[in-house]
Write a new protein. Sequence first.
Length: 324
Amino acid sequence: MRIALVVGLNYYEHGGHLYGCVNDAHSVKAVLERNDGGSVNFDCRLLTGTGPTETVKRGQLKDQISELFKADAEIALFYFAGHGHIEATGGYLLTSEVSRGDEGVSLSEILTIANNSPAKNKIIILDSCHSGIAGTPPEVSQLASLSEGMTVLTASTKDQYASEENGRGVFTTLLVDALNGSAANLTGDVTPGSIYAHIDQSLGAWEQRPVFKTNVKKFVSLRNTAPAISIDDLRQIAILFPTPGFSFQLDPTFEPEMKGRDEGMPDPIENNTRIFSVLQKYNRLNLLVPDGATHMWNAAMESKACRLTALGEHYRRLVEKNRI
């Protein structure tokens, strides 16, 4: 069971309205609900504050967070987009009715609730100002308090503001992009770690900096997208390259094109051209490079070899150990 509580607040009774948070929440819900192929992923509950007749109050939000993390789920995920506040006593998520920052839901309370959850994986994603303080007790500024299975991903550090552009949160735009496949590995899995890497690389040094805190033995996949290469083709890597550092010898029989062949060159061999097609896929994904040639076509026509890159060797080991 995978469950997610997705919250977006634009409306605040005492001013300081936001404009992109509700849209962000809808986007996050939409991408989490289904995997790339249409299979069910997360069972999402959406809370939005759009105006005076649709608000999210402190008690309601706290109750929903408590219900989320009571579940004995594979993954319990909480996403919040809205105002945040920080002071000496810690950080807060602000709800629709608050008139001062410390009337919001305490991040320390949220972490306590999540830390005690029976869920195997607890994930908190915050697109709010000062959210980077989540998981850090105010009295011990260098200590992160996360139980096993907990991951926190925030839009900015505790001292920064979260930005909006074109009616969307900058952080959430990158988050949704990552979940849609930009942060997927070769098997199509998107993990919290790969999401953070995608967001971190997309933001410049002068922009808001995302914060990532985790206490896990292994990353869980939050969404599955279409893999960049079929699993069957990827598994062939350990057959074609049976040992570390192995060089695969090519010759003109691997290249299916007749154009450009010198007189006397052997014709293509069907089985070899099938293998060459897989090798070319590896090359496009930076798993493999030709040795002594600029392109795979040249390597074949000049009877050169090809070898795995460091990334290719990584996936070869995974296949060899039956991890893929």
